[in-house]
Design a protein around this ligand. Structure first.
Ligand code: AR6
Length: 177
């Protein structure tokens, strides 16, 4: 599905975050050391190749809520924005730290004059954040930022399952309808 908020187009799709060729950047649900891991981080590093890990090494460690930008190496995207989401039940306040990921990623996109970026559902896999609560934060934070975005024109939420997509589509529709 696709909605408009101010000058921003927001869509959500089922897909692989490492296969979003029309985006200027994809967001990595990173680990603190910015190394290859499972889930999103594994998919992004495998597709990007060793050069990404080499560029990431001096930027680590990240604190929860922080974001850094690198180039995309062998990915179809010129850039990757790496965010460290909160581990649910450990990093507090989890809701603010998760919102910080989305805010900081959007700010980095603005600073780097990127027009489009795709987010995975940060923290909702290995880090255990309940999907519905995380989705409310992701959608609210992007909508809240929309009036202040001048470069970013397109945000995609890239979900890994139909079930996750349904939750995003429902919440996005209810917040923009
Ligand atoms: N494309 C899009 N979404 C994906 C993909 C993919 N290729 N693979 C998984 N997801 P996770 P986290 C979904 O665990 O919770 C890593 O090992 C997945 O179904 O990637 O922030 C890192 O190294 C879930 O909905 O990120 C860290 O240690 C969402 O993406 C840690 O996991 C996030 O799952 C980060 O945990």
């Amino acid at each position: 599905m696709r909605v408009k908020a101010e000058n921003l187009t927001i869509d959500c799709e089922v897909g692989d975050i490492a296969a979003q060729p029309d985006m200027d950047a994809v967001v990595n649900a990173a680990n603190a050391q910015l190394m290859i891991g499972g889930g999103v981080a594994g998919a992004i590093h495998r597709a990007a190749g060793k050069g990404l890990a080499e560029e990431c090494a001096p930027l680590a460690p990240l604190a929860p809520g922080e974001a850094v930008v690198t180039s995309g190496h062998n990915l179809p995207n010129p850039h990757v924005i790496h965010c460290l989401g909160p581990v649910y039940g450990r990093d507090e306040p989890a809701d603010r730290l998760l919102a910080d990921c989305y805010r900081n990623a959007l700010q980095l996109a603005e600073e780097n004059e990127l027009k489009s970026l795709a987010f995975p559902a940060i923290s909702t896999g290995a880090f255990g954040y309940p999907l519905r609560a995380a989705t409310e934060i992701a959608v609210a934070t992007v909508l809240d930022a929309a009036p202040r975005l001048h470069r970013v024109r397109h945000v995609r939420f890239c979900l890994f399952s139909e079930g996750d997509y349904d939750v995003y589509a429902e919440i996005l529709a209810s917040r923009t309808g």
